[in-house]
Design a binder for this molecule. Structure first.
Ligand code: CMC
Length: 434
């Protein structure tokens, strides 16, 4: 039987004894039975804080958006299993679900789709922004800069109506920004969005069409892309989402806040892993037979190599997103007729790793990034654009989490504590006396 989120009962308490004195701490229980010790009054009552590197045991908020059971490999958005959404829904419908908490009615979805479609174009002055970036730039900082720059063109989203407009603008313009960043990097004119196409088909034409030539997006590729965006749409309090909540907690502009999420996502331990996976697979492909050697290095503590696309802070079983993508990968490759060499290497790596004690003991399984890169590559997305694709997908999740934080009655600016380990007080000594 489900409970309302965050309900705590008098019988639910934990006892903490410090210096012989015992304190009662309430236990908060979520709707899926997850339990957390409420330490909000810990420091004021006891003078101590908790220390938790990487926040691995710290709940930073109560949230009703995404549920993950890492042990069982479960992922649900607003209660709906990711498998059902990936199979039956669309990215814009899932975006609405994340933002509003319920699936849209047919009319709501049509209106939302219309709004997003109508705002895909970029202001001509804004488009010139891309001209000032070096062509060799990685598209992730270009995307972060471009999204932050939206706050120079549009009003501060500080009312419900403006927040709705900003949300629509971000969802609508992100594919255009991503495609502009790419076209600029290869020295081609950027393509205008086409309102007759669906979200992903329009993105594909902005990426691959050239002026004066017919381009028809492949519906199977567009659908695979849409599914990838659904799978990336939210993942509760990961690094970039926590960054969004942290930056947003200072009441910075929504655009600047999302730009900070993009920067956090870029890192190779987070969203940047999809690029690293394909680079790893390509390296193994050219160095014939090096899969075992690569895994040996990944296990060696004296090496910095990691098996990219493997392991997860939360999943201690197969990432459900990777399970779906493994199948999509095979489907897309058979459709577009791309090389299956990298998929074969990925499958071989997975097979060896899943029967290796090192990976078994540490519960390291393929994560969402392990197969996504192979799909992106098969459909012609350049490697340095992989993390931008992740950004497009994660956008509704970031905004939904930001909105939830704004309406949270427990809201406080994010401000962790520390245990100071530096020098004790000492007197300043002038430079000539040191
Ligand atoms: N290859 C080899 N060893 C690994 C790996 C890996 N990919 N991942 C974790 N380990 C080992 C790690 O060395 C440690 O071993 P020991 O206990 O002997 O010191 C143990 O497993 C626990 O790892 P951890 O680094 O403490 O785990 P974490 O929860 O802090 O890190 C992670 C999670 C995702 C950063 C990490 O697994 C990793 O670096 N994976 C590769 C990068 C990657 O694929 N990232 C994408 C994550 S999914 C997309 C997203 O949501 O961002």
């Amino acid at each position: 039987m489900s409970k309302s989120s965050g309900e705590a009962t008098a019988s639910d308490t934990a006892q903490l004894t410090i210096d012989g004195k015992t304190f009662d701490l309430p236990i908060i229980e979520g709707t899926e039975g997850e339990r957390g010790i409420d330490i909000r009054k810990l420091r004021s009552q006891t003078g101590v804080i908790t220390l938790d590197a990487g926040f691995a045991n710290t709940g930073a908020c109560k949230s009703a958006i995404t549920f993950i059971d890492g042990e069982k490999g479960i992922l649900r958005y607003r209660g709906y299993p990711i498998e059902q959404l990936a199979q039956h829904s669309t990215f814009l419908e899932v975006s609405w679900l994340l933002l509003h908490g319920e699936l849209p009615s047919k009319a709501e979805l049509e209106e939302f789709t219309r709004e997003v479609t109508l705002h895909t174009m970029l202001h001509e002055d804004y488009r010139r922004l891309f001209d000032f970036m070096p062509k060799s730039s990685h598209p992730m900082p270009v995307a972060a800069a471009a999204v932050a720059a939206l706050s120079t063109f549009y009003p501060e989203p500080d009312t419900d109506d403006r927040i709705f407009r900003a949300t629509v603008r971000l969802l609508a313009k992100m594919p255009t920004i991503a495609a502009c960043a790419y076209k600029h990097s290869i020295g081609q004119p950027s393509m205008y969005p086409r309102n007759d196409l669906d979200y992903c088909s329009n993105f594909l034409q902005m990426m691959y069409a050239v002026p004066c030539e017919e381009y028809t997006p492949d519906p199977v590729v567009a659908r695979a892309l849409d599914q990838l965006l659904i799978l990336h749409a939210d993942h509760e309090q990961n690094c970039s989402t926590s960054t969004v909540r942290m930056v947003g907690s200072s009441h910075a502009s929504l655009y600047a806040t999302i730009a900070s999420g993009i920067s956090a996502l870029w890192g190779p331990l987070h969203g940047g892993a999809n690029q690293k996976v394909i680079e790893m697979l390509e390296r193994i492909a050219v160095e014939e037979g090096s899969a075992d050697e690569f895994l040996r290095k990944a296990k060696d503590k004296n090496e910095t190599t990691r098996l990219m696309g493997f392991g997860h802070r939360v999943y201690k079983s197969y990432d459900p997103r990777a399970k779906i993508l493994k199948q999509t990968c095979a489907d897309v490759l058979s459709r577009v007729g791309g090389s299956s060499r990298l998929l074969e290497i990925a499958q071989r790596l997975e097979e060896i790793a899943l029967s290796d004690d090192y990976f078994i003991e540490r519960k390291l399984f393929p994560n969402v990034d392990f197969y996504s890169g192979v799909i992106y590559q098969a459909i012609g997305i350049p490697v340095n654009m992989f993390t931008v694709m992740f950004t497009m997908g994660r956008l509704p999740g970031w905004i939904a989490q930001w909105l939830e934080m704004r309406h949270d009655p427990d809201f406080r600016i994010g401000r962790p504590r520390q245990i100071y380990t530096g020098e004790l007080m000492r007197d300043y000594v002038a430079a000539d006396k040191r």
